[in-house]
Design a protein around this ligand. Structure first.
Ligand code: FMN
Length: 382
């Protein structure tokens, strides 16, 4: 099975199964000189981890990361960064009924049909447990972007039919972590919680969406035609388990807009530089960044593993049967998906920055203090 590597210059390779011993990721292509600690990575892992609240699965994983290569004295060395997250709370017994009777709409059937075998505990490799690796790698990418003054943030903007009001970037940053739904509109967050609770009580689950936005992305990232930023970003976002739609700018709404309304007219800024007067294009024109904020939305369907009774088939007995998925599952995905969307966005942008020569692939030029010398590693004692 291939398809476990993401990125061209900033390469992320992952392994692990939901109920296996551990999840792991190698980040190859990170320049030397980035200050990086396990705490930097742990911060984002804690936002994704299970067992955070009543609206996340009760699986009790500490998701503690160990960085086991690629760092010396707190800085990256330019060699592969290896990270491992142990699986501590796997209970496979609840998955035995589904070994030959696939859960409706999960990856159970397609994995078995394709490979003739599968690791069935917890959904194995098809489980979104895999995204713990993406968030770990994304934390490294976010640090590189932060050094370049680039910010990004996501929040939950819809659960079921409860839609959050639009928020500006400052509100997005300040408010989205203040409630367990991760929605920067507190009134909508309360309504979302009530809706989730209702579905949960009925043994059901519900879908939703995540809004993302950036600040400070330079003009000129992306290349015609298949390397357009939206093409690469869409591919990456659609790889997030349960994602059914990726939109940027006006997204699907664009079909209702006349050209004269949708167009972003050009003006000169105070430096005499051409600048779009508005940003309905979502920071991307001709597949290339304009320097305006990139923003968009990712839709995630309702989790498929639900206690409500559904019909499946058992390919061993040849019988149809009723199933209830009683394991520990998220009743809704966007609250835990927020750090995953941020990670995928950061990974895509860093890859484009390296490809475009915006970042020196060997070493960050602005290494601080004692490491800001021509040759290391003995520089501090010389
Ligand atoms: C953060 C996150 C957590 C998830 N948790 C669950 C879960 O607890 N139960 C479940 O059935 N699906 C969960 N999913 C979705 C499944 O992983 C996904 O439906 C499955 O891999 C099949 O892929 P597909 O829906 O893209 O076809 C989760 C997805 C994400 C992004």
């Amino acid at each position: 099975m291939n398809g476990n590597r993401f990125g061209r210059l900033f390469q992320v390779t992952t392994y692990g199964e939901s109920h296996g011993e551990a999840m792991g990721v190698t980040v190859s292509g990170c320049p030397a000189g980035l200050e990086l600690s396990e705490e930097d990575v742990q911060r984002d892992l804690d936002r994704r981890k299970p067992g955070q609240s009543m609206i996340t699965t009760s699986r009790n994983e500490p998701d503690a990361v160990t960085i086991n290569s690629g760092i010396q004295d707190g800085y990256t060395t330019g060699t592969p960064i290896g990270m491992i997250i142990q699986n501590k709370d796997a209970r496979s017994g609840k998955y035995e009924p589904f070994v030959t009777a696939p859960r409706p709409s999960h990856g159970d059937f397609t994995y078995s049909a394709k490979f003739g075998t599968r690791n069935w505990g917890g959904g194995g490799r098809s489980s979104a447990r895999e995204t713990v690796n993406w968030v770990a790698a994304g934390a490294v990418a976010k640090k590189i972007l932060a050094e370049r003054g680039i910010e990004l943030k996501a929040h939950v903007n819809q659960i079921g039919d409860v839609r959050a009001d639009e928020v500006n970037f400052e509100e997005l940053v300040e408010r989205s972590e203040e409630n367990e739904v991760r929605c920067a509109d507190p009134d909508a967050a309360d309504e979302m919680l009530a809706a989730i609770d209702e579905y949960q009580r009925e043994g059901d689950s519900i879908g939703g969406s995540i809004y993302f936005e950036t600040r400070g992305v330079p003009r000129g990232l992306g290349a015609p035609r298949f390397d357009s930023v939206e093409a690469r970003l869409g591919q990456a976002m659609l790889a997030i388990p349960a994602t059914t739609a990726f939109e940027f700018g006006l997204g699907k709404e664009a079909r209702e807009w006349a050209g004269s309304d949708r167009n972003d007219e050009w003006k000169f800024d105070s430096n005499g530089d051409p600048k779009p007067a508005s940003n309905r294009h979502g920071g991307l024109q001709g597949g290339i960044t304009t320097g305006e904020p990139i923003y968009g939305e990712v839709t995630l369907h309702a989790p498929t593993s639900i206690p409500k009774t559904q019909t499946t088939v058992d390919w061993e007995t040849g019988e149809e049967k009723e199933v209830q998925v009683i394991g520990r599952h998220d009743p809704v995905l966007p609250p835990r998906g927020v750090p995953v969307v941020e990670a995928v966005l950061a990974l895509t942008l860093v890859d484009f920055m390296l490809l475009g020569g915006y970042i020196n692939p060997d070493r960050l030029d602005d290494r601080p203090g004692e490491y800001d010398t021509k040759y290391h590693p003995t520089a501090p004692d010389e």
